[in-house]
Ligand binder design. Structure first.
Ligand code: SF4
Length: 208
C-alpha cells in the first residue's frame, strides 16, 4: 500500500491551481463538446482510482471497451496494465488512471492536435489536484503531451523527467506490449524505478 498522500494545502509548486478536487474538475468538464470527439463518443472517460493516489498512470485515450463503460483501461490493454500494477505490489484502487483525451477517437486513431489541446488542460488539472509522487506516461502521446515535445518516446523512455515539478516516467503503452511482448522487460525496468521512488519493495514483488 502506498503511503497516504498529503492534501493540496501542502503543495509548494508554482503556477498551479491549489484546492482543486477531481469532483470540481469533472463538474467543469460537464457533457463536454469542446472538441469533435464528442460527436462519436458514448461515454466520457474521466479517470478512475484513488483521489489520494501517489502514482498516476496516463494513457492516450479511451478505446471501444472504455467508451462503452466510461472507465479507463478496461479492455485487453487494461488487463495488462492491471497485471503491471499488481506486479508492483499495488492494486488498481491504490493508483489513479486517466488519459490525455477523455473521449474515444474514432477507430482508435491517435488523437489530433486540436483534440489534445482542448482536453489536456483537464488532465493537467487532475494531476495538480492529485499531487502524485510519480506519474507514469503510457506511450508516446501521453509523454509528448506532458513534455510538449514531438521527440520519439524511444529517445527518453525509462528516464525520470520533470512535468511541472512532478516526477514523470515515460514508458511503453500496454497496447504496444501486446503487439511487442519483448518490450515488457524494458517496461518492468521502468516500473522498478517507479517502485524505488515510491519505496515499494522490488524483491518482494518480483516474486509475484
Ligand atoms: S475529448 Fe475532451 S475536450 Fe474533446 S469532447 Fe471529449 S472531454 Fe471534451
Amino acid at each position: 500500500m502506498l503511503p497516504v498522500a498529503t492534501g493540496p494545502s501542502s503543495f509548494e509548486g508554482s503556477g498551479k491551481v491549489t484546492g482543486e478536487t477531481l469532483l470540481k474538475i469533472r463538474e467543469d468538464l460537464g457533457e463536454c463538446t469542446r472538441c469533435k470527439l464528442h460527436k462519436t463518443r458514448n461515454k466520457i472517460v474521466f479517470g478512475d482510482g484513488s483521489a489520494k493516489a501517489q502514482l498516476v498512470f496516463v494513457g492516450e485515450g479511451p478505446g471501444a471497451d472504455e467508451d462503452a463503460q466510461g472507465l479507463p483501461f478496461v479492455g485487453r490493454a487494461g488487463k495488462l496494465l492491471t497485471q503491471m500494477i499488481e506486479a508492483m505490489g499495488l492494486q488498481r484502487g491504490d493508483v489513479y488512471i486517466c488519459n490525455v483525451v477523455k473521449c474515444r477517437p474514432p477507430g482508435n486513431r491517435q488523437p489530433e492536435k486540436d483534440e489534445v489541446d482542448a482536453c489536456s488542460p483537464y488532465l493537467f488539472r487532475q494531476l495538480d489536484a492529485l499531487q502524485p509522487k510519480a506519474i507514469v506516461c503510457l506511450g508516446a502521446t501521453a509523454a509528448q503531451t506532458l513534455l510538449q515535445t514531438n521527440r520519439s518516446i524511444s529517445q527518453f523512455r525509462g528516464q525520470w523527467l520533470d512535468f511541472r515539478g512532478f516526477k514523470m516516467m515515460p514508458t511503453y503503452h500496454p497496447a504496444y506490449l501486446l503487439r511487442n511482448p519483448a518490450a515488457k522487460s524494458d517496461v518492468w525496468k521502468d516500473l522498478q524505478k517507479v517502485m524505488a521512488e515510491l519505496g515499494l519493495e522490488v524483491k518482494r514483488n518480483k516474486a509475484k
